[in-house]
Design a protein around this ligand. Structure first.
Ligand SMILES: [Zn+2]
Length: 434
Protein backbone atom coordinates (compact mmCIF):
# COMPACT_ATOMS: atom_id res chain seq x y z
CA UNK A 1 0.00 0.00 0.00
CA UNK A 2 3.04 2.25 -0.04
CA UNK A 3 4.50 4.06 -2.99
CA UNK A 4 6.61 1.77 -5.06
CA UNK A 5 9.37 3.61 -6.76
CA UNK A 6 11.91 2.35 -9.23
CA UNK A 7 13.93 5.54 -8.97
CA UNK A 8 17.45 5.31 -7.60
CA UNK A 9 17.34 5.73 -3.83
CA UNK A 10 19.63 8.77 -3.93
CA UNK A 11 17.28 10.67 -6.20
CA UNK A 12 14.24 9.55 -4.25
CA UNK A 13 15.78 10.71 -1.00
CA UNK A 14 16.64 14.15 -2.26
CA UNK A 15 13.14 14.63 -3.60
CA UNK A 16 11.63 13.43 -0.31
CA UNK A 17 13.63 16.14 1.39
CA UNK A 18 12.06 18.89 -0.70
CA UNK A 19 8.49 17.63 -0.80
CA UNK A 20 6.55 15.12 1.25
CA UNK A 21 5.40 12.25 -0.97
CA UNK A 22 2.00 11.08 0.17
CA UNK A 23 1.25 7.39 -0.02
CA UNK A 24 -2.38 8.27 -0.72
CA UNK A 25 -4.02 10.86 -2.91
CA UNK A 26 -7.43 9.98 -1.45
CA UNK A 27 -8.83 8.10 1.51
CA UNK A 28 -12.58 8.09 1.16
CA UNK A 29 -13.97 6.96 4.50
CA UNK A 30 -17.25 6.64 6.36
CA UNK A 31 -18.90 4.83 3.43
CA UNK A 32 -22.15 2.96 4.14
CA UNK A 33 -22.10 0.65 1.07
CA UNK A 34 -19.92 0.22 -2.02
CA UNK A 35 -21.14 -0.99 -5.39
CA UNK A 36 -17.87 -2.69 -6.36
CA UNK A 37 -19.25 -4.17 -9.63
CA UNK A 38 -17.07 -7.21 -8.93
CA UNK A 39 -18.57 -10.57 -9.97
CA UNK A 40 -17.87 -12.25 -6.61
CA UNK A 41 -19.01 -9.44 -4.28
CA UNK A 42 -20.88 -6.79 -6.28
CA UNK A 43 -21.90 -4.92 -3.13
CA UNK A 44 -20.06 -4.33 0.15
CA UNK A 45 -22.42 -3.55 3.03
CA UNK A 46 -22.31 -3.02 6.78
CA UNK A 47 -21.01 0.55 7.03
CA UNK A 48 -17.58 1.82 8.17
CA UNK A 49 -16.06 1.11 4.75
CA UNK A 50 -13.26 3.00 3.04
CA UNK A 51 -11.49 3.30 -0.30
CA UNK A 52 -7.87 4.42 -0.62
CA UNK A 53 -6.10 5.57 -3.77
CA UNK A 54 -2.38 6.00 -4.34
CA UNK A 55 -0.63 9.03 -5.86
CA UNK A 56 -1.01 7.32 -9.26
CA UNK A 57 -4.79 7.80 -8.91
CA UNK A 58 -5.38 4.05 -8.67
CA UNK A 59 -7.32 2.24 -5.98
CA UNK A 60 -5.05 0.47 -3.50
CA UNK A 61 -7.67 -0.58 -0.96
CA UNK A 62 -11.47 -0.99 -0.82
CA UNK A 63 -13.13 -2.62 2.17
CA UNK A 64 -13.67 -2.36 5.90
CA UNK A 65 -11.99 0.58 7.57
CA UNK A 66 -11.02 -1.78 10.43
CA UNK A 67 -8.95 -3.79 7.93
CA UNK A 68 -7.36 -0.66 6.51
CA UNK A 69 -6.45 0.38 10.06
CA UNK A 70 -4.53 -2.86 10.53
CA UNK A 71 -2.20 -1.85 7.70
CA UNK A 72 -2.29 1.89 8.43
CA UNK A 73 -2.95 2.27 12.16
CA UNK A 74 -2.47 6.05 12.22
CA UNK A 75 -3.76 6.95 8.78
CA UNK A 76 -6.03 9.67 10.18
CA UNK A 77 -3.14 11.73 11.53
CA UNK A 78 -0.55 10.65 8.95
CA UNK A 79 -2.63 11.30 5.83
CA UNK A 80 -5.11 13.86 7.15
CA UNK A 81 -4.99 15.91 3.95
CA UNK A 82 -6.03 12.93 1.80
CA UNK A 83 -9.13 12.08 3.85
CA UNK A 84 -12.61 12.75 2.51
CA UNK A 85 -15.64 11.97 4.67
CA UNK A 86 -18.43 10.32 2.66
CA UNK A 87 -20.88 11.00 5.50
CA UNK A 88 -22.19 7.42 5.75
CA UNK A 89 -23.23 7.45 2.08
CA UNK A 90 -23.05 4.83 -0.66
CA UNK A 91 -20.31 4.88 -3.32
CA UNK A 92 -20.50 3.75 -6.95
CA UNK A 93 -17.69 3.40 -9.47
CA UNK A 94 -17.61 6.43 -11.79
CA UNK A 95 -20.49 5.95 -14.24
CA UNK A 96 -19.71 4.91 -17.82
CA UNK A 97 -21.94 6.22 -20.60
CA UNK A 98 -20.85 3.95 -23.42
CA UNK A 99 -23.00 5.40 -26.24
CA UNK A 100 -23.62 9.11 -26.86
CA UNK A 101 -23.85 11.53 -29.78
CA UNK A 102 -23.44 14.63 -27.67
CA UNK A 103 -21.35 16.66 -30.12
CA UNK A 104 -23.78 18.49 -32.41
CA UNK A 105 -25.01 22.01 -33.09
CA UNK A 106 -28.63 22.99 -32.56
CA UNK A 107 -31.40 21.04 -30.96
CA UNK A 108 -34.59 19.77 -32.71
CA UNK A 109 -37.54 20.51 -30.48
CA UNK A 110 -39.56 21.37 -33.61
CA UNK A 111 -39.31 17.72 -34.64
CA UNK A 112 -40.16 16.67 -31.13
CA UNK A 113 -43.48 18.48 -31.60
CA UNK A 114 -44.14 16.32 -34.70
CA UNK A 115 -43.10 13.25 -32.78
CA UNK A 116 -45.38 14.04 -29.86
CA UNK A 117 -48.29 14.11 -32.33
CA UNK A 118 -47.37 10.62 -33.46
CA UNK A 119 -44.99 11.06 -36.40
CA UNK A 120 -42.56 8.15 -36.85
CA UNK A 121 -38.77 8.30 -37.30
CA UNK A 122 -39.26 7.62 -41.04
CA UNK A 123 -41.96 10.31 -41.43
CA UNK A 124 -39.77 12.88 -39.68
CA UNK A 125 -36.83 11.96 -41.95
CA UNK A 126 -39.09 12.29 -45.03
CA UNK A 127 -40.09 15.82 -43.88
CA UNK A 128 -36.42 16.89 -43.90
CA UNK A 129 -35.84 16.19 -40.24
CA UNK A 130 -33.73 13.60 -38.50
CA UNK A 131 -29.97 13.15 -38.81
CA UNK A 132 -29.79 15.27 -41.98
CA UNK A 133 -31.42 18.22 -40.17
CA UNK A 134 -28.71 18.09 -37.48
CA UNK A 135 -26.06 17.72 -40.16
CA UNK A 136 -27.12 20.92 -41.92
CA UNK A 137 -26.82 22.94 -38.72
CA UNK A 138 -23.64 21.24 -37.54
CA UNK A 139 -21.81 21.78 -40.84
CA UNK A 140 -22.21 25.54 -40.69
CA UNK A 141 -21.36 25.94 -36.99
CA UNK A 142 -17.79 26.95 -36.10
CA UNK A 143 -15.70 24.54 -34.01
CA UNK A 144 -15.79 26.85 -30.96
CA UNK A 145 -19.60 26.89 -31.00
CA UNK A 146 -19.77 23.10 -31.21
CA UNK A 147 -17.33 22.78 -28.30
CA UNK A 148 -19.30 25.34 -26.29
CA UNK A 149 -22.60 23.49 -26.73
CA UNK A 150 -21.07 20.07 -26.10
CA UNK A 151 -19.25 21.33 -22.97
CA UNK A 152 -22.55 22.27 -21.40
CA UNK A 153 -23.96 18.78 -22.04
CA UNK A 154 -20.77 17.11 -20.84
CA UNK A 155 -20.80 19.11 -17.58
CA UNK A 156 -24.35 17.87 -16.98
CA UNK A 157 -23.17 14.28 -17.44
CA UNK A 158 -20.32 14.83 -14.97
CA UNK A 159 -22.80 16.24 -12.46
CA UNK A 160 -24.66 12.88 -12.65
CA UNK A 161 -21.43 11.01 -11.84
CA UNK A 162 -20.22 10.09 -15.33
CA UNK A 163 -16.41 9.78 -15.48
CA UNK A 164 -16.11 7.82 -18.75
CA UNK A 165 -18.07 8.71 -21.86
CA UNK A 166 -18.03 7.60 -25.46
CA UNK A 167 -18.81 10.35 -27.97
CA UNK A 168 -19.56 9.76 -31.64
CA UNK A 169 -19.17 12.03 -34.63
CA UNK A 170 -21.75 11.56 -37.38
CA UNK A 171 -23.47 14.91 -37.89
CA UNK A 172 -20.89 16.11 -40.41
CA UNK A 173 -21.10 13.53 -43.19
CA UNK A 174 -18.31 15.13 -45.23
CA UNK A 175 -14.60 14.90 -44.54
CA UNK A 176 -14.13 18.44 -43.26
CA UNK A 177 -17.18 18.39 -41.00
CA UNK A 178 -16.50 14.94 -39.57
CA UNK A 179 -12.93 16.05 -38.79
CA UNK A 180 -14.37 19.17 -37.14
CA UNK A 181 -16.60 17.05 -34.87
CA UNK A 182 -13.76 14.71 -33.92
CA UNK A 183 -11.56 17.75 -33.25
CA UNK A 184 -14.32 19.08 -30.97
CA UNK A 185 -14.19 15.78 -29.05
CA UNK A 186 -10.41 16.16 -28.79
CA UNK A 187 -10.90 19.69 -27.39
CA UNK A 188 -13.32 18.30 -24.78
CA UNK A 189 -10.64 15.79 -23.77
CA UNK A 190 -8.30 18.69 -23.02
CA UNK A 191 -10.95 20.59 -21.08
CA UNK A 192 -12.32 17.87 -18.77
CA UNK A 193 -10.44 15.45 -16.46
CA UNK A 194 -12.59 12.45 -17.38
CA UNK A 195 -12.12 9.58 -19.85
CA UNK A 196 -13.54 10.48 -23.27
CA UNK A 197 -13.61 7.80 -25.95
CA UNK A 198 -13.97 9.10 -29.53
CA UNK A 199 -15.89 7.13 -32.16
CA UNK A 200 -16.11 7.94 -35.87
CA UNK A 201 -19.65 7.54 -37.20
CA UNK A 202 -19.35 8.94 -40.72
CA UNK A 203 -21.70 6.11 -41.72
CA UNK A 204 -24.60 7.59 -39.74
CA UNK A 205 -26.69 8.40 -42.82
CA UNK A 206 -26.15 9.10 -46.52
CA UNK A 207 -25.75 12.84 -47.09
CA UNK A 208 -28.22 14.21 -49.72
CA UNK A 209 -25.46 14.59 -52.35
CA UNK A 210 -24.80 10.83 -52.16
CA UNK A 211 -28.42 9.72 -51.88
CA UNK A 212 -28.17 7.91 -55.21
CA UNK A 213 -24.46 7.13 -55.05
CA UNK A 214 -23.91 4.86 -52.07
CA UNK A 215 -20.67 3.51 -53.57
CA UNK A 216 -19.35 7.05 -53.77
CA UNK A 217 -19.99 7.82 -50.11
CA UNK A 218 -18.58 4.49 -48.92
CA UNK A 219 -15.49 5.17 -50.98
CA UNK A 220 -15.21 8.67 -49.46
CA UNK A 221 -15.34 7.15 -45.96
CA UNK A 222 -12.97 4.28 -46.66
CA UNK A 223 -10.44 6.07 -48.84
CA UNK A 224 -10.45 9.60 -47.45
CA UNK A 225 -12.08 9.96 -44.02
CA UNK A 226 -10.77 6.84 -42.28
CA UNK A 227 -7.11 7.29 -43.35
CA UNK A 228 -7.17 10.98 -42.40
CA UNK A 229 -8.74 10.25 -39.00
CA UNK A 230 -6.26 7.44 -38.41
CA UNK A 231 -3.26 9.58 -39.27
CA UNK A 232 -4.45 12.34 -36.93
CA UNK A 233 -5.36 9.84 -34.18
CA UNK A 234 -8.83 11.34 -33.83
CA UNK A 235 -10.91 8.20 -33.21
CA UNK A 236 -10.48 4.86 -31.50
CA UNK A 237 -13.70 3.21 -32.68
CA UNK A 238 -15.53 3.20 -36.01
CA UNK A 239 -19.30 2.72 -36.05
CA UNK A 240 -22.02 2.25 -38.71
CA UNK A 241 -25.83 2.64 -38.64
CA UNK A 242 -26.97 -0.66 -40.18
CA UNK A 243 -30.67 -0.17 -40.90
CA UNK A 244 -33.20 -0.05 -43.74
CA UNK A 245 -32.89 3.34 -45.43
CA UNK A 246 -29.39 3.79 -43.98
CA UNK A 247 -26.56 1.27 -44.50
CA UNK A 248 -27.40 -2.20 -45.81
CA UNK A 249 -25.71 -5.33 -44.51
CA UNK A 250 -23.39 -5.46 -47.53
CA UNK A 251 -22.49 -1.78 -47.19
CA UNK A 252 -21.92 -2.22 -43.45
CA UNK A 253 -19.56 -5.09 -44.14
CA UNK A 254 -17.50 -3.00 -46.59
CA UNK A 255 -17.24 -0.16 -44.08
CA UNK A 256 -16.41 -2.32 -41.07
CA UNK A 257 -13.83 -4.33 -43.00
CA UNK A 258 -12.00 -1.18 -44.11
CA UNK A 259 -12.08 0.26 -40.58
CA UNK A 260 -10.87 -2.97 -39.02
CA UNK A 261 -8.03 -3.27 -41.55
CA UNK A 262 -6.91 0.24 -40.59
CA UNK A 263 -6.79 -0.70 -36.92
CA UNK A 264 -10.02 0.85 -35.65
CA UNK A 265 -12.02 -0.98 -33.01
CA UNK A 266 -15.59 -1.65 -34.09
CA UNK A 267 -19.03 -0.74 -32.82
CA UNK A 268 -22.33 -1.07 -34.64
CA UNK A 269 -25.84 0.41 -34.49
CA UNK A 270 -28.04 -2.55 -35.43
CA UNK A 271 -31.51 -4.04 -35.10
CA UNK A 272 -33.14 -0.78 -34.00
CA UNK A 273 -36.12 -1.25 -36.33
CA UNK A 274 -35.29 -4.25 -38.53
CA UNK A 275 -32.93 -7.17 -37.97
CA UNK A 276 -30.78 -7.07 -41.13
CA UNK A 277 -28.05 -9.40 -39.90
CA UNK A 278 -25.72 -6.65 -38.73
CA UNK A 279 -25.52 -8.05 -35.21
CA UNK A 280 -24.35 -11.42 -36.48
CA UNK A 281 -21.82 -9.79 -38.83
CA UNK A 282 -20.38 -7.48 -36.14
CA UNK A 283 -20.13 -10.36 -33.68
CA UNK A 284 -18.18 -12.41 -36.20
CA UNK A 285 -15.91 -9.46 -36.94
CA UNK A 286 -15.03 -9.05 -33.26
CA UNK A 287 -16.82 -5.75 -32.58
CA UNK A 288 -16.57 -4.49 -29.01
CA UNK A 289 -20.33 -3.96 -28.87
CA UNK A 290 -23.50 -3.95 -30.92
CA UNK A 291 -25.92 -1.28 -29.77
CA UNK A 292 -29.72 -0.71 -29.91
CA UNK A 293 -31.00 -4.31 -30.47
CA UNK A 294 -34.68 -3.40 -29.95
CA UNK A 295 -35.51 -5.80 -32.80
CA UNK A 296 -32.65 -8.29 -32.36
CA UNK A 297 -33.26 -11.86 -33.57
CA UNK A 298 -32.65 -15.02 -31.59
CA UNK A 299 -29.71 -15.83 -33.88
CA UNK A 300 -28.25 -12.38 -33.28
CA UNK A 301 -28.41 -12.77 -29.50
CA UNK A 302 -26.69 -16.14 -29.68
CA UNK A 303 -23.91 -14.70 -31.85
CA UNK A 304 -23.28 -11.97 -29.29
CA UNK A 305 -22.98 -14.58 -26.55
CA UNK A 306 -20.73 -16.88 -28.59
CA UNK A 307 -18.34 -14.10 -29.49
CA UNK A 308 -18.27 -12.26 -26.15
CA UNK A 309 -19.63 -9.08 -27.73
CA UNK A 310 -21.34 -6.59 -25.41
CA UNK A 311 -24.99 -5.68 -26.05
CA UNK A 312 -25.38 -1.90 -25.77
CA UNK A 313 -28.98 -1.41 -24.68
CA UNK A 314 -30.45 2.11 -24.85
CA UNK A 315 -33.68 2.08 -22.82
CA UNK A 316 -34.16 5.86 -22.64
CA UNK A 317 -34.31 5.94 -26.45
CA UNK A 318 -37.04 3.28 -26.33
CA UNK A 319 -38.94 5.41 -23.83
CA UNK A 320 -38.55 8.70 -25.70
CA UNK A 321 -39.07 7.28 -29.20
CA UNK A 322 -41.83 4.79 -28.39
CA UNK A 323 -39.77 1.79 -29.42
CA UNK A 324 -39.96 -1.66 -27.87
CA UNK A 325 -37.34 -2.27 -25.19
CA UNK A 326 -34.42 -4.50 -26.20
CA UNK A 327 -34.70 -8.01 -24.67
CA UNK A 328 -31.99 -7.36 -22.09
CA UNK A 329 -33.01 -10.09 -19.63
CA UNK A 330 -33.16 -12.67 -22.40
CA UNK A 331 -29.69 -11.68 -23.62
CA UNK A 332 -28.40 -11.93 -20.04
CA UNK A 333 -29.91 -15.42 -19.78
CA UNK A 334 -28.04 -16.38 -22.95
CA UNK A 335 -24.78 -15.18 -21.40
CA UNK A 336 -24.49 -11.78 -23.12
CA UNK A 337 -22.92 -8.89 -21.19
CA UNK A 338 -25.50 -6.07 -21.17
CA UNK A 339 -24.36 -2.44 -21.01
CA UNK A 340 -26.90 0.35 -20.54
CA UNK A 341 -26.21 3.75 -22.11
CA UNK A 342 -28.12 6.95 -22.85
CA UNK A 343 -27.70 7.34 -26.64
CA UNK A 344 -27.88 11.08 -25.88
CA UNK A 345 -28.66 12.77 -29.24
CA UNK A 346 -30.83 15.61 -30.53
CA UNK A 347 -33.37 13.38 -32.29
CA UNK A 348 -34.30 10.06 -30.71
CA UNK A 349 -33.09 10.68 -27.15
CA UNK A 350 -32.44 14.18 -25.84
CA UNK A 351 -31.44 12.90 -22.41
CA UNK A 352 -28.02 12.30 -20.87
CA UNK A 353 -29.25 11.17 -17.46
CA UNK A 354 -27.57 7.76 -17.29
CA UNK A 355 -28.98 6.68 -13.88
CA UNK A 356 -32.42 6.64 -15.54
CA UNK A 357 -31.16 3.88 -17.85
CA UNK A 358 -30.41 1.79 -14.75
CA UNK A 359 -33.86 2.46 -13.26
CA UNK A 360 -35.56 1.44 -16.52
CA UNK A 361 -33.19 -1.54 -16.57
CA UNK A 362 -34.42 -2.68 -13.16
CA UNK A 363 -38.09 -2.13 -14.05
CA UNK A 364 -38.99 -2.48 -17.74
CA UNK A 365 -35.96 -4.60 -18.73
CA UNK A 366 -36.35 -6.92 -15.71
CA UNK A 367 -32.69 -6.82 -14.74
CA UNK A 368 -31.73 -7.04 -11.09
CA UNK A 369 -30.60 -3.81 -9.41
CA UNK A 370 -27.02 -5.08 -9.42
CA UNK A 371 -27.22 -5.95 -13.13
CA UNK A 372 -28.70 -2.55 -13.91
CA UNK A 373 -25.92 -0.70 -12.09
CA UNK A 374 -23.33 -3.00 -13.67
CA UNK A 375 -24.85 -1.90 -17.00
CA UNK A 376 -23.89 1.73 -16.37
CA UNK A 377 -20.48 0.89 -14.88
CA UNK A 378 -18.41 -2.24 -15.54
CA UNK A 379 -20.37 -3.45 -18.58
CA UNK A 380 -20.19 0.01 -20.14
CA UNK A 381 -16.44 -0.11 -19.54
CA UNK A 382 -16.31 -3.52 -21.28
CA UNK A 383 -18.09 -2.16 -24.31
CA UNK A 384 -15.39 0.55 -24.52
CA UNK A 385 -12.50 -1.89 -23.86
CA UNK A 386 -11.78 0.03 -20.65
CA UNK A 387 -12.63 -2.66 -18.09
CA UNK A 388 -8.95 -3.08 -17.21
CA UNK A 389 -9.00 0.44 -15.72
CA UNK A 390 -12.61 1.57 -15.36
CA UNK A 391 -16.04 0.54 -14.15
CA UNK A 392 -15.41 -1.20 -10.81
CA UNK A 393 -14.06 -0.51 -7.34
CA UNK A 394 -11.10 -2.80 -6.79
CA UNK A 395 -7.35 -2.47 -6.30
CA UNK A 396 -5.52 -1.55 -9.50
CA UNK A 397 -8.46 0.29 -11.09
CA UNK A 398 -8.58 4.06 -11.53
CA UNK A 399 -10.12 5.73 -8.46
CA UNK A 400 -13.13 7.05 -10.42
CA UNK A 401 -15.78 7.18 -7.71
CA UNK A 402 -19.19 8.69 -7.07
CA UNK A 403 -20.56 9.43 -3.60
CA UNK A 404 -24.34 9.10 -3.84
CA UNK A 405 -26.56 11.04 -1.45
CA UNK A 406 -28.08 7.74 -0.33
CA UNK A 407 -27.31 5.17 2.31
CA UNK A 408 -27.75 2.09 0.10
CA UNK A 409 -26.54 1.36 -3.43
CA UNK A 410 -30.10 0.39 -4.39
CA UNK A 411 -31.62 3.72 -3.43
CA UNK A 412 -30.55 5.80 -6.48
CA UNK A 413 -32.07 3.15 -8.80
CA UNK A 414 -35.26 2.92 -6.74
CA UNK A 415 -35.79 6.69 -6.21
CA UNK A 416 -35.62 7.18 -9.94
CA UNK A 417 -35.25 10.18 -12.26
CA UNK A 418 -33.58 12.18 -9.47
CA UNK A 419 -29.89 13.06 -9.41
CA UNK A 420 -28.43 11.54 -6.24
CA UNK A 421 -24.82 12.27 -7.16
CA UNK A 422 -23.03 14.28 -4.45
CA UNK A 423 -19.30 14.07 -5.19
CA UNK A 424 -17.41 12.89 -8.25
CA UNK A 425 -13.77 11.75 -8.16
CA UNK A 426 -11.64 11.01 -11.23
CA UNK A 427 -8.34 9.18 -10.65
CA UNK A 428 -8.54 10.01 -6.97
CA UNK A 429 -9.18 13.71 -7.46
CA UNK A 430 -12.41 15.50 -6.54
CA UNK A 431 -13.70 16.98 -9.82
CA UNK A 432 -17.30 17.87 -9.00
CA UNK A 433 -19.67 18.35 -6.06
CA UNK A 434 -23.40 18.99 -6.10
ZN1 LIG B 1 -26.68 5.94 -31.35
Amino acid sequence: MHVNSTEPSQQRLSRTNCRKILAYSLILENISEIFTARKDTPVLKGGALCIAAGPDGKISFAGKTSDFLKAEPDFRSKYAEAIFDAGNRAVYPGLVDSHTHLVFAATREDEFAMKSRGATYEEIAAAGGGIINSTRKTKSAPLEEIVRQASKRLEQLISYGVTTVEIKSGYGLDTESELKLLTAIKELKKLYPIEIVPTFLGAHAYPPEFKNDHEGYISLINNEMLPEIKSRGLAEFADVFCEEGYFSLKETEKLMTAAKDMGFRLKLHADEFNPLGGTELAAEMGAASVDHLEAVSEAGMKKLAENGVVAGVLPITSLFSRLPFAPAAKMRDLGVTVALATDMNPGSCMCGFLPLAASIGATQLRLSIEEAVAGITINGAKSLKRDDRKGSVEPGKDADLVVMDAETVSYPVYHFAHNHCKNVFAKGRLIHSN
